[in-house]
Structures are given as C-alpha cells and as structure tokens.
Design a protein around this ligand. Structure first.
Ligand code: PMP
Length: 318
C-alpha cells in the first residue's frame, strides 16, 4: 500500500490482507477514478521466482493514470513495492506447470466529496492471489455490433474500471445466448474488429496474422499481444497490425481461409477461439492442429515464464 498526498507518494508499507475503510463520499465510488493492472509471477522447479514483464505493467498503469487524471507512480516505487510483497508472499506462490501468483496492482481516488473533479489524494495497492494450473479452454465469441465498449476519444485504451462496467450488460446478454465473450467492434461504424472482453484477438488468415492496432485509444495495449507480435516478428511470421473488418472475417470463415483465431491475455495466455457468431450466424472454426502458430507461441511464452527457455528479450524480472 502507498498513499498519494501533498503531491507525492508516501508511506510504502505491507499490511495484512483485510477490509478497506472508505468514506461514503469517496470520489472513486462516485466518479470512477480507478485504474488497475493484472500480472503474474511464476515459481519454477529450482524455487526461483520469475515475474513476466512487470515493467510493462508499471508503464501501462502510468498511461492509464494520465488519461484518468491520476498521479503516475514512479516505476521504482511500483517495482520496490512489488518485490517487497513477493518476498513476504513467496511461500504462497504455487510451483508447477501452469500455476502462478496473480498480482493485482490498482489505484483509486481517496478524496471525499460530491462534485466532478479529480481527487487530490489516492491509494495504490498491490494484492496477490495464487492461481492453479490454468486450462485455456476454447472460447466461443459473438461479434457485437449494437453496443460499444470504447470509442475514439474515450477511455478504452486505459485499464480503468468504467470500461469493464460498460461491458457488463452486453457481455451478459451474449453469455445468456451461449457465448463466452464478445468481439467488440469500433464505436463509429461497428465494422472493424477491436478486441474481446479481457483479451486482444488475433486471426491467422492464409498464414498471415492479423491483429487490430492499438493507436486509436480504443483498445487495451495488451502485454501478451505485444509479446506475441515480437515472437511473430522474430520468427518471420507474416503479420499485419490493422483492423480486420467484420465482412472480411465472415468471408474468411465462409471460404475457409481463416486458419485459426485466438485471444491473448495475462489470465488466459493464449485462448483458442472455437466458434464465432457473425451477423447472427454461427461459424465453427477448424480444430487446432499441432502445427498451429498459437501452439508454438504458447510453448515459447510458458518456457520463458518458468525459466525453461532462455529469456533473450529481457522479459523476466527476478
Ligand atoms: N484487453 C482487455 C480489455 C483486457 O482487460 C486485457 C487483460 N488485461 C487484455 C486485453 C490483455 O492484456 P494483457 O495481455 O496485458 O493481459
């Protein structure tokens, strides 16, 4: 925990997990100044603790802070807090393939008032939670063309609570209709695929990987997405950072040129998409074959995270 007051971060401390004391007029509860991150630490067979790309999370948290009128957290404060906490929590980190410690850093306004303005004080908290071996089961998705998650000029590129609140109602409707997640489209024309609820998405069409660009401010700059792009470039896999249109997607599903589609995110890592609903029509994707690009990526990322594959890209913080 750290507190921001009088223009600086103070009182970095570790406290037992427990309830927070909030004033009824807490500004974050009313006006939504609340940002967060999600990351993981891994313990390997040698007992070493490895954190994947924590510096990228610290940087993204600061980008979110700027958009939400909140103070940035110096990267060294973020990292020091994280490493101190992991030292205390190290025995809680499960070891073994797939298991990890989920890490949730977040920051929220702590001024108490009624009135729309940025708070002067904030709290930064990191808490952790052991998570068991994940199994990224294939997901079913529906292309959403009625509701909008994020629109240009909005807060879609920030990891802020309100984006997730806005997505709850449409996502619930999709779940009731039998789909795990939505594939969001752009807010203007609803013709371009953006991302899913908790993952960026990638499509392999005729061997070329296509994923939406993140410079429109409407899509979260996923760290897994960035890692997959880096691997694709290093391995010479053709890649296009551009918007796939809904009609292009439907055509590729119709004519069989869509080889695979998958989501990328910290929680799921790489999630194979098994079914896509486009314009009310369900398309079942081909089974994932052992030569799928996503298998290779998953193997490489897991290998790096547990220290089995040399981290030649500087992604691991110990
Ligand atoms: N998009 C959204 C909306 C998300 O919540 C997440 C999860 N943080 C992602 C994409 C994937 O980002 P990352 O790879 O950094 O976990």
């Amino acid at each position: 925990v750290a507190d921001y007051k009088n223009g600086e971060w103070t009182d970095l401390r570790i406290v037992p997990y427990g309830a927070l004391d909030l004033h009824p007029a807490n500004a974050a509860l009313h006006y939504g100044q609340s940002i967060f991150e999600g990351m993981k630490a891994y313990k390997n067979d040698k007992g070493e603790i490895l954190i994947f790309r924590a510096d990228a999370n610290a940087q993204r948290m600061n980008e979110s802070a700027v958009r939400m009128c909140m103070p940035e957290i110096p990267e060294e404060v973020f990292m020091e807090g994280l490493l101190q906490l992991l030292e205390v929590d190290k025995n809680w980190i499960p070891s073994g393939k797939g298991a990890s410690l989920y890490i949730r850093p977040y920051m929220f306004a702590t001024d108490n008032y009624i009135g729309v303005k940025p708070s002067d004080t904030y709290k930064f908290i990191i808490f952790t939670c052991p998570v068991g071996a994940y199994y990224s089961k294939p997901v079913t998705v529906k292309v959403e063309t009625d509701f909008t998650r994020a629109t240009e000029g909005g807060t879609g590129g920030a990891k802020t609570a309100g984006n997730y609140a806005a997505s709850l109602f449409p996502a619930l409707q999709a779940q009731r209709a039998g789909y795990d997640q939505l594939l969001w489209t752009d807010g203007k024309s609803h013709s371009k695929i953006e991302e899913s609820g908790t993952m960026n998405v990638m499509f392999d069409i005729n061997g070329t990987l296509i994923t939406a660009p993140t410079n429109t401010g409407t899509i979260l700059k996923g760290i897994t997405r960035d890692s997959v792009i880096r691997l694709a470039k290093d391995w010479g896999k053709p890649l296009e950072e551009r918007f796939l249109t809904v009609s292009e997607l439907q055509e590729a599903l119709e004519n069989g040129s869509l080889r695979e589609a998958f989501g990328t995110g910290t929680a799921a890592t790489i999630a194979h998409i098994a079914k896509i609903n486009v314009n009310g029509k369900d398309y079942v994707l081909p089974e994932k074959t052992p030569d799928a690009f996503s298998y290779k990526v998953l193997h490489e990322l897991d290998g790096i995270k547990y220290g089995d594959i040399q981290d030649s890209r500087g992604w691991i913080v110990k």
